[in-house]
Design a binder for this molecule. Structure first.
Ligand code: PHB
Ligand code: FE
Length: 330
């Protein structure tokens, strides 16, 4: 594999080309776009991706600050998070590219790659295209550069400080004010639970209707932390169409399908070899092992609870063989 070791090396942006889009460099990678496509070049190879799919993946990589483990934009290009540095790779987790020695990787300090990806996302997103929205609820990503959608691409991920509905987190509670129920969740009941706390506990016993809360989410495939207990994070999300990344996790991850149906394509994390197809219907619970990558397909907008163990110790424990890749031995 060709690789450059220099952490924090050059990443830079060029002048706009004739279609109005700027080009970008990350070490020996170059990134350009035209009306329909994004082009990547590196010393041993080249790659082309549809601009809409690339921007949906880039949006998540930026908003999630490189997420847990590996964010594959597709079968070739992606990033691997080392929580301080980030590997930017092509073909690194693709058996054929590896065998042909066409893969390439650059390692950058997180702030350097964050800055260039943020600029690329802003420059390449046209007015009217929202990479977080479902395809039915947004305009086109294509054409020569026209305007921007910085309001959408810089939206902050909702982070709960306490459980939603507990005093102190009022600002995160969703109401009708600018948060309409999504067209696909018109049948979701909006009533809130009845609470009967003992006298003196009125401000400590709290509850809310999670289905009603999620029914108003305007974005897709964007888990938000709703409850925290030490390293345990409950991250529900609403899903429609295709998860824009193929996620190669660095830990076990649990899914609870809260409504409707998602099909998960599960592959070996390192080679991309097919491992399983998991069809999850409302009420189903699955644990994704720590050595796979996955991508979900949701034909109708659905609600999913992603349960993460955010402990920073887990990747090293897995590498040392002190934790199993499977969360349960049956
Ligand atoms: C995942 O990679 O596990 C994931 C990411 C975003 C979602 C759901 C699942 O919305
Ligand atoms: Fe995942």
């Amino acid at each position: 594999m060709a690789t450059t070791e220099a952490v924090g090396r050059i990443s830079e942006a060029g002048e706009p080309g004739e279609l109005g889009y700027r080009s970008f460099r990350v070490g020996e990678f170059s990134f350009t776009r035209d009306e329909y496509f994004v082009y990547l070049h590196w010393p041993t190879g080249r790659h082309v991706a549809s601009a809409d799919a690339f921007l949906r993946a880039l949006q998540r990589d930026v908003a999630w600050d490189f997420f847990y483990g590996i964010v594959n934009f597709d079968q070739v290009f992606g990033t691997m998070n080392h929580y301080g540095t980030v590997d930017v790779f092509a073909g690194r987790f693709n058996e054929a590219y590896r065998r042909a020695e066409l893969d390439h990787m650059e390692t950058l300090e997180t702030p350097a790659i964050r800055a260039i990806f943020t600029e690329m996302l802003s420059d390449w997103t046209n007015e009217g295209f929202d990479p977080f929205a479902s395809p039915e609820e947004t305009g086109s990503a294509f054409g020569p550069k026209h305007g921007d959608n910085d309001a959408a691409v810089t939206r902050r991920r909702v982070l709960a400080k306490r459980m939603v509905s507990v005093p102190g987190d009022e600002e995160l509670r969703t109401d009708d004010n600018g948060h309409p129920v999504n067209r696909m969740f018109a049948d979701v009941a909006q009533d809130e639970p009845e609470l009967h706390p003992e006298p003196g506990f009125e401000d400590r016993i709290c509850g809310f209707n999670l289905f009603a809360y999620l029914s108003r989410s305007p974005v897709t495939w964007n888990p938000s932390v709703v409850a925290v207990c030490k390293d345990s994070l409950y991250c529900p999300t609403t899903e429609e169409y295709i998860l824009p990344i193929i996620h190669g996790n660095d830990r076990v991850e649990w899914f609870v399908q809260l409504s409707d149906e998602i099909t998960w394509e599960v592959e070996d994390r390192d080679s991309g070899a097919k491992r399983a197809k998991v069809i999850m219907r409302a009420g189903d619970v699955a644990a994704m092992p720590a050595d796979i990558r996955h991508q979900g397909y949701s034909p109708k907008r659905s609600m999913l609870l992603v349960w993460e163990n955010a402990s920073p110790e887990i990747p090293a424990l897995l590498r040392a063989g002190k934790l199993s890749n499977a969360p349960v031995a049956f």
